[in-house]
Design a protein around this ligand. Structure first.
Ligand SMILES: [Fe+2]
Length: 433
């Protein structure tokens, strides 16, 4: 089953039976991908929590299943949970759904075992398929199924970034997979693409609606004045970031935000998270590899991205500059679907805007805040996005660990200033002269 299903029957309109069939197919495809991504991970690997920000693979597999059980199957009439004690274990942050196990303590969950979590997944899948086939889910619940699949795709990316951090934290540095395909392309010289001042409509029509899925944080669509500026044709490469390091970038305070410089000194940062000390190799999901100078630099914090941009005499783009440039482009790039699981230089270098989608999430200079008129989704799922609009930055475009059918030009990812373990890089922008 391809994840590239046709445009879905829209929520709230059209043929409910067709939407059930489409969601049933998509349910199988997304759930299968989670299982495939988890396949190389042993039971021992699956319970490692290498830092508070990361979760064990086993927890991701269970939590995404809990989402369907708690918000779809247990909604409404009498329901016998798979295990009543697990509601506490696998609730992430939904305060209105009840108490939860502390996030930093997810690594202590040696029980349930990985095999039990696998049985849980199978059981809930069977129940979900039965409900979708019976066609007794109303429009509201079908919407939650669709959201649950988008949610699981987010956790698929986290499963990869978290297991990468876990394996990097292990002195043996095991590879997640030994058979990942390499892709070495060539990068064109960076060029600047001038963009005139304009009023642009950013965001996405509210979902549920007839315009397809989008998170609540992408709406309302609204007009924004985007001043004249120039956008770099491609993300910053490893070679360019190495020049920053060799120029003393991590040793001089000048380019850094105050808190960023504090982080550099307190944490001993001297290079991107997964580079070796000689800056000649980087740890990947395929193990250690020679650093490809042409590939986009990744695993940078906002602080590092911002410092590089200032050192380079440029700045990060705003999220609106980014979205305006991406809005007319196909959602095409090096996503998880390519199977490479690492950013790479493009196969065909050109001078237009490149790699806007895929490879690396691009830090923007925009704080993650509500759009004018923002309303969180009603009920418990209103906790999904809105309550995190605090001290985080927006990233755009998806990465080599994102599913191609999960991202779009209006998609707003968000992380705090010091987060380094995501596939995050940057694209430069500058004001017009
Ligand atoms: Fe979640």
């Amino acid at each position: 089953m391809s994840l590239h299903a046709p445009v879905p029957p829209s929520s709230g309109v059209g043929d409910v039976d067709a939407r059930c069939r489409w969601l049933a197919q998509r349910f199988d495809a997304v759930r299968s991908r989670s299982a495939a991504l988890a396949a190389p991970i042993s039971a021992e690997d699956a319970m490692v929590q290498s830092m508070e920000d990361a979760s064990p693979s086993k927890w991701h597999l269970a939590h995404t299943t809990w989402f369907f059980e708690r918000f779809v199957l247990a909604d409404g009439g009498p329901y016998t949970p798979f295990d009543p004690a697990w509601d506490y274990l696998f609730n992430s942050y939904y305060q209105s759904a009840g108490p939860m196990h502390a996030r930093p303590q997810r690594g202590v969950l040696s029980r349930p075992t990985l095999a039990q979590v696998s049985d849980y997944r199978d059981a809930i899948e069977t129940r979900m398929r039965a409900r979708l086939q019976r066609g007794d889910l109303d429009t509201r619940l079908l919407d939650i199924v669709e959201l649950g699949l988008q949610h699981e795709q987010q956790h698929q990316e986290l499963l990869l970034t978290d297991i990468k951090h876990a394996f990097f934290s292990n002195p043996l540095h095991p590879a997640y997979r030994d058979d990942l395909p390499h892709a070495g392309g060539s990068t064109a010289a960076l060029s600047w693409i001038a963009r005139q001042e304009s009023i642009f409509k950013v965001g996405h029509a509210a979902w549920p609606g007839d315009a397809g899925f989008a998170y609540d944080n992408e709406s309302p669509r609204h007009r924004v004045l985007v001043p004249a500026h120039a956008l770099a044709s491609r993300p910053v490469s490893n070679a360019e970031f190495l020049a920053f390091i060799e120029d003393g970038g991590y040793r001089t305070a000048g380019a850094w935000l105050s808190a960023g410089w504090d982080a550099v000194r307190a944490r001993g940062w001297t290079r991107p998270l997964y580079w070796n000390e000689a800056c000649e190799a980087e740890f990947t999901l395929g193990g250690w590899r020679a650093l490809d100078p042409q590939a986009p630099v990744c695993h940078l914090s906002y602080y590092e991205a911002n410092a590089f941009a200032r050192w380079a005499g440029a700045r990060l783009p705003t999220e609106f500059e980014w979205e305006q440039a991406a809005a007319s482009l196909p959602v095409d790039g090096n996503f998880v679907d390519s199977g490479r699981l690492h950013p790479s230089a493009p196969a065909n270098a050109s001078t237009g805007l490149q790699q806007m989608f895929g490879d690396v999430w691009e830090w923007t200079s925009s704080a993650y805040t509500a759009y004018p008129g923002y309303r969180p989704w009603p009920g418990t799922l209103g906790e999904y996005n809105g309550k995190f609009m605090d001290a985080q930055w927006v990233l755009r475009g998806g990465s080599c660990a994102t599913s191609a059918d999960h991202v779009r030009a209006s998609y707003r990812n968000f992380f705090p200033s010091d987060a380094r373990w995501q596939f995050a890089g940057l694209r430069l922008a500058k004001d017009s002269a």
